[in-house]
Write a protein of this length. Structure first.
Length: 127
C-alpha cells in the first residue's frame, strides 16, 4: 500500500469541490487544506518508517496506519482533557484488537509531535 503525497490529495480535493460540487474555494481555505494534507502525509510516512523498524507483519500495517489517522482526526476535533480522554479510548480500542501497545504509543507520540502538541497531551495510557 503506497501513501499518497499531499499534493495529489490536495489536487483531488480541489477537483472534487470545484467540479463536482460547483463550489468556489477561497485561497485561505485552499492553503489550510494543503497544510492539513501535508501533515497527514508526514504522519503516514513516519508511521510507515516506524513500522519498518519493528517486527510487525506487513499485513498489520493497515491497522497501525488507521490508528495514526484516527489520532490525527482526534487532534482536529478535541483539545486538552477531552483530547486526552478520547486518545485513551482509541488507544484502548486498538490494544484490545491485538495491536502492540508499545508501537501504538510510539505512533501516538509521533502524531502529537507532528500536530505540534508534544507529549504533554495524553501522557497516560490504559493498560
Amino acid at each position: 500500500m503506497s501513501i499518497k503525497d499531499s499534493n495529489s490529495r490536495y489536487q483531488n480535493w480541489v477537483s472534487f469541490m470545484e467540479l463536482n460540487k460547483g463550489l468556489k474555494i477561497s485561497h485561505h481555505t485552499k492553503m489550510t487544506i494543503k497544510q492539513e494534507y501535508a501533515k497527514l502525509a508526514e504522519i503516514e510516512t513516519r508511521t510507515r518508517q516506524l513500522l519498518s523498524t519493528t517486527a510487525i507483519p506487513t499485513f498489520l500495517n493497515f491497522y497501525y496506519l488507521a490508528f495514526a489517522r484516527e489520532i490525527y482526526g482526534l487532534t482536529r476535533r478535541y483539545q486538552d482533557t477531552n483530547l486526552t480522554r478520547e486518545i485513551d479510548i482509541v488507544l484502548y480500542k486498538w490494544q484490545s484488537r491485538g495491536l502492540m501497545s508499545q508501537v501504538l504509543l510510539q505512533i501516538k507520540e509521533q502524531v502529537l509531535h507532528v500536530c505540534g502538541l508534544g507529549s504533554s497531551t495524553a501522557q497516560k495510557s490504559p493498560s
